[in-house]
Write a protein that binds this ligand. Structure first.
Ligand SMILES: Cc1cc2nc3c(=O)[nH]c(=O)nc-3n(C[C@H](O)[C@H](O)[C@H](O)COP(=O)(O)OP(=O)(O)OC[C@H]3O[C@@H](n4cnc5c(N)ncnc54)[C@H](O)[C@@H]3O)c2cc1C
Length: 247
């Protein structure tokens, strides 16, 4: 693993790799160092290093009675990964209380970044997220978010595989085309929640790709809807999803 300070031109930045499908032909991978794992309160703002795990943020907020990060307790990953995809649970999203992001070439305010449901135009290494500071950690939200996750499988997965198309649910569409529980090798669309592609043992990258393509084809044929990946595919054969120029 290469430390980010070296910035190799063709390398792909990962956070904690919770939302990635990494193929055998992946580019070199790089990761922010521990120097980017911190939380500080400065001038009434919360500064969180991009390599900070979500769990650490929630513990900090609980200890310091800070609001708005309760949902992060149930999102695996780093603040950098969460910022890049505007991660969230339903309407609770990481951009909701964002003030600005520190990139390698300077700061961009919330209004200078395009973002929507599970997507942003972040195309550079984020070093730090700077958030509005509000007091009042809400313990009841932790329980509420836990309940929201009750329908998700415990088998290894990368979370939701596809983004929900506007006005619909990817899980519903996958189920409607008969793929809930469908298995290719050791990879399957979960019996518990069809939009979770789970690894039931020794699932391979190629099996995951075959399943992904099957769902895209069937959903398009049946409903005319093009499913968009939420999971990023890191393999040179899938060049559009592995645009290294962004870093
Ligand atoms: C079981 C499970 C459940 C999940 N449930 C949810 C959910 O409910 N809601 C949700 O939103 N997500 C969910 N996810 C997905 C995951 O939690 C989020 O995508 C999270 O943001 C991933 O963070 P990461 O650090 O692992 O990023 P990675 O998976 O390593 O990377 C994700 C993307 O972020 C980019 N990136 C990483 N760090 C930086 C940085 N510093 N600067 C710029 N770009 C960066 C990467 O290049 C990549 O494109 C789930 C995942 C799992 C495994």
């Amino acid at each position: 693993m290469i430390d980010s300070h070296e910035y190799p031109d063709n390398a792909y930045l990962i956070g904690a790799a919770n939302n990635l499908l990494i193929g055998p032909e992946h580019p070199p991978l790089m990761k922010l160092s521990k120097a980017f794992d911190y939380i500080k309160i400065i001038d009434n703002k919360l500064h969180i290093g991009a390599a900070t795990p979500g769990g650490k943020v929630v513990s900090f907020c609980k200890k310091n009675n800070l609001a708005n990060f309760e949902f992060v307790a149930h999102l695996p990953g780093t603040i950098g990964g969460m910022l890049q995809m505007n991660a969230g649970l339903k309407e609770y999203e990481i951009f909701n209380h964002l003030h600005k992001v520190h990139f390698k070439d300077g700061y961009r305010l919330l209004g200078e970044i395009e973002y929507a449901y599970r997507s942003t135009n972040i195309d550079k290494v984020a070093f730090e997220g700077i958030f509005e500071l509000e007091y009042g950690f809400d313990h009841s939200k932790i329980e509420m978010f836990k309940k929201m996750r009750a329908n998700q499988p415990h088998d290894p997965s990368a979370g939701s595989f596809f983004k929900n198309p506007e006005g619909d649910h990817a899980g519903r569409l996958i189920e409607a085309v008969g793929l809930k529980g469908h298995r290719v090798g050791d990879m399957a669309y979960s019996q518990k929640h069809a939009n979770f592609m789970v690894n039931l043992g020794k699932g391979s990258f190629d099996e995951a790709i075959a399943l992904m393509q099957l769902a895209k084809e069937r959903v398009h044929e049946t409903f005319g809807i093009t499913l968009e990946n939420e999971v990023a595919i890191i393999d040179r054969r899938f060049i559009n999803a592995t645009d290294n120029s962004r870093f």
